[in-house]
Design a protein. Sequence first.
Length: 149
Amino acid sequence: MNWYLLIPLAIGAMTVLQGTLNREMSYGMGLGSAIFLNSIVVMVVGTVFYAVARFAPGWLPPIFAGAPDLSRLALWMVVPGIFGFCIIAGIPWAISEVGAARVFVVMVVAQLVVSLLWDALLGGAPVTLARGGGSALAVIGVLVATWES
C-alpha cells in the first residue's frame, strides 16, 4: 500500500471530527463564533507553517517550498479560501440538520463526481468503465445510506 493514502484517510477522519466538534461548539457560542475561532487557529498554524516552509524548506516535502511571487497572483486564487470557509461553515450546519453520516456520504459522492470530471477534463485521465461504475456504486450507497425508514 502506498503510505501517502494515509494522508486522505486522516484528513477524511479530521473532516468528520472538525465538523462535529464545530457543531458542538456552536451550541455554546454560535456557529459564527466557532468559525471565527477556527479561522484564527488556521491563520496562526498557517503562518507558522509558512515560516517553516519559507525559511527551513528542508524540513518539509519540496511541494511546500518556494518564495512568493506577487506578479503571479490572480483573482481566481481567492477561490480556494472561499471554498475553505464554505466547508468550515457548511459542514456543521448540515450536520445539525441531517446528521453526520448523511452529510459525509453525500460529500464523498460529490467528491467522486467532481474528481472524475476534473481528471477527465483537466488531468487527461478519461472516465473508464471501472471508475464510472465505482462512482455509480457510491451513488447507490448514498441512496441506501440516506434512505428514510
